[in-house]
Design a binder for this molecule. Structure first.
Ligand SMILES: Nc1ncnc2c1ncn2[C@@H]1O[C@H](COP(=O)(O)OP(=O)(O)OP(=O)(O)O)[C@@H](O)[C@H]1O
Ligand SMILES: [Mg+2]
Length: 262
């Protein structure tokens, strides 16, 4: 049987570009290359797509800066086609073979938020992971919490503010509703980018400015004391849950390499 050709898509325009390179390296190292041919496709910070070699994913905890700088060579385009699902290259990439499936390993906006999923769907390219709606809802913490609340799932109390309403919200108002300290975070971000713990009025002013660097919408959220546990769920009609994991970078790497099972 011919090997399936998997395109791993990583990098991207979001502030989580470097985090994505680390995730892509974990996925790349976990793929059984006797069963799958892997094509690494890096998106630079300007949004251009490039065929890359594994060196771009870097080593240790420091991904290479080559892709971010847009120095990864000629770029690609994705064109819709009913049978010829194709990434079209220029120059030496002109003959790039058809991909059977794309694995988006992008973090944050322009990747985890339904945009890339929509592009792949329009181009008839099968892809791994959540679809357009799930991705979009999952990216926006304000919308995600509304949906969870509607399903009867407890969520931390929070107040959603926009650039305009955040300008007039005082620390006392928020602390009155949420208690203190409280957390402030952009509605659309990840990897703790733009997240602050607020203890006083000066902290609120700084946290608001920081969160609004990444989004025009932010959440002020009650402080939850505890350990953070993550569980992945795969499937729709017969969903399967993963073992529960603690969000710890070193533990996650060992898990992906199969060295620990929980
Ligand atoms: N309400 C809260 N109470 C206590 N700690 C919090 C709270 N909100 C955030 N934190 C801390 O900040 C970290 C980052 O927050 P959060 O997970 O909400 O955003 P993110 O990691 O940037 O987004 P995502 O999880 O979507 O990638 C959490 O892992 C946790 O340590
Ligand atoms: Mg998080």
């Amino acid at each position: 049987m011919a090997k399936k050709r998997v395109g791993i898509l990583f990098g991207g325009k979001s502030v989580e570009h470097e985090v994505s390179l680390q995730s892509a390296r974990n996925v790349y190292e976990a793929v059984d290359q006797t069963k799958f041919d892997v094509v690494l496709i890096g998106i630079d910070k300007a949004g251009l797509w490039h065929v890359c070699d594994a060196a771009v994913l870097g080593a240790g905890t420091s991904p290479s800066a080559e892709l971010a700088a847009g120095a990864a060579g000629e770029s690609l385009a994705l064109v819709p086609g009913e049978t010829e699902r194709a990434l079209v290259g220029t120059g030496s990439h002109r003959g790039l073979p058809r991909l059977d499936v794309v694995f988006p390993v992008l973090h944050g906006t322009y990747g985890e938020d339904g945009t890339v999923q929509g592009l792949l769907k329009l181009a008839n390219v099968p892809f791994v992971g959540a679809g357009v709606l799930g991705s979009a809802i999952g990216m926006d913490k304000d919308v995600a919490k509304r949906i969870l609340r509607d399903a009867g799932i407890p969520v931390a109390r929070s107040v959603t503010l926009t650039t305009r309403t955040a300008a007039t919200a005082s620390f006392e108002d928020l602390a009155g509703k949420l208690g203190a300290p409280f957390f402030v975070k952009p509605a659309n971000s990840g990897s703790s980018v733009g997240v602050s713990k607020v203890r006083d009025a000066a902290g609120w002013a700084a946290a608001r400015a920081e969160a609004l660097r990444y989004d025009r919408k932010l959440l002020a959220e009650e402080f939850i004391r505890g350990r953070e546990i993550e569980v992945a769920v795969l499937g729709n009609d017969s969903p399967q849950a993963s073992v529960a994991g603690r969000n710890h970078p070193a533990a996650r790497l060992l898990f992906l390499r199969g060295e620990v099972s929980r």
